[in-house]
Design a protein around this ligand. Structure first.
Ligand SMILES: C[S@@+](CC[C@H](N)C(=O)[O-])C[C@H]1O[C@@H](n2cnc3c(N)ncnc32)[C@H](O)[C@@H]1O
Length: 231
C-alpha cells in the first residue's frame, strides 16, 4: 500500500530537460555587456549597486574567509566588495569593463588596500594557472555574462581542490507569475546589465555544481548565495 521512501533524484528536482534547456530567454555578447558597463560605471555605486549591498554583507560574513586565503573576485566592478575582505587575505579582482575597473583602482588607493590587485580580463577566459585560489567568488555576475556555464568552468579550474566557489545572484523565481514576469522583462533588463530570468536548477546541472548550501539574501530575499566546494 505504501511505497518505500525514495530520495528524489537530481532530474526530478531540476526537471527532465535541465541539462539542455536554455538558461534564459535572452542571449547577449561580451561587446554588448562591455558597452552597458562602460555606460553604467559613473552611476553604478549610487544606483543598481547600492540596493545590492545587504547581500554583499551577508555573503562576506557567511564565507568565513581565513587568514592567508587567496581570493578571486570575478566581475569586481567598481570594487564595492574590496574593503569588506579581511586585510590578511590576498584578493585578486578581474573585470571586463575598463571604466568599472578604473573606479575600483581609485577605491583601492583611497582606502589603502594593499592586499588587492586588479586586472582587466574576461571571466570566461581567466589568465590564471589551475588551482590558484582558495575561494572564487562571483557577486552579481553570473546573470550578466553571455555564458554562465563557461565562466563557472573557469572558476572551477582556477580554484584549488578543497576550495570554494561562491555565487551571489538573482535567479528566476519559483512562482509561476514571478517567473513569467522575469522572462518578459529579461530582454529589457539586459540594458541594466543583467538577465532577470536565469534558471538556477538548469544552471547547476549544466555547470556540474553540487551546492553545499543555497541561502536567500538581500531585501527582498530574491537573491541567492550559492556555496559549492571543489572536490
Ligand atoms: C552587476 S556588476 C557587479 C559588480 C560587483 N561584483 C558588485 O558586487 O557590485 C557586474 C560586473 O561584471 C562585469 N562583467 C561582465 N561580464 C564580464 C566578463 N565576461 N568577465 C569579467 N567581468 C564581467 C561587469 O563589467 C560588471 O562590472
Amino acid at each position: 500500500m505504501f511505497e518505500p521512501h525514495r530520495p528524489l533524484g537530481r532530474e526530478e528536482i531540476c526537471g527532465p530537460d535541465a541539462a539542455t534547456r536554455a538558461l534564459s530567454v535572452t542571449a547577449v555578447e561580451n561587446d554588448f555587456v562591455y558597452k552597458v558597463y562602460e555606460y553604467l560605471a559613473p552611476v553604478y555605486d549610487y544606483t543598481i549597486g547600492l540596493g545590492l549591498h545587504p547581500g554583499r554583507l551577508d555573503a562576506i560574513s557567511r564565507m568565513r574567509i581565513r587568514s592567508g586565503d587567496r581570493v578571486l573576485e570575478v566581475g569586481v566592478g567598481t570594487g564595492v566588495n574590496l574593503s569588506l575582505y579581511p586585510r590578511d587575505c590576498a584578493v585578486t579582482g578581474v573585470d571586463l569593463s575598463s571604466k568599472m575597473l578604473e573606479k575600483a583602482r581609485k577605491r583601492v588607493i583611497r582606502k589603502g588596500l594593499r592586499n588587492v590587485r586588479l586586472a582587466e580580463m574576461d571571466a570566461a577566459n581567466l589568465r590564471f594557472a589551475d588551482h590558484s585560489f582558495d575561494l572564487v567568488y562571483a557577486p552579481y555576475v553570473i546573470s550578466v555574462v553571455p555564458d554562465p556555464v563557461a565562466v563557472t568552468r573557469e572558476m572551477l579550474r582556477v580554484c584549488k581542490p578543497g576550495g570554494r566557489i561562491v555565487i551571489l545572484n538573482h535567479f528566476r523565481s519559483d512562482s509561476r507569475i514571478g517567473s513569467w514576469l522575469e522572462r518578459v522583462i529579461s530582454p529589457f533588463t539586459l540594458y541594466l546589465g543583467f538577465k532577470s530570468d536565469l534558471d538556477l536548477p538548469a544552471f547547476l546541472v549544466q555547470a556540474e555544481l553540487e551546492p553545499l548550501s543555497i541561502e536567500k539574501v538581500n531585501i527582498p530575499r530574491i537573491w541567492s548565495l550559492v556555496t559549492c566546494a571543489k572536490s
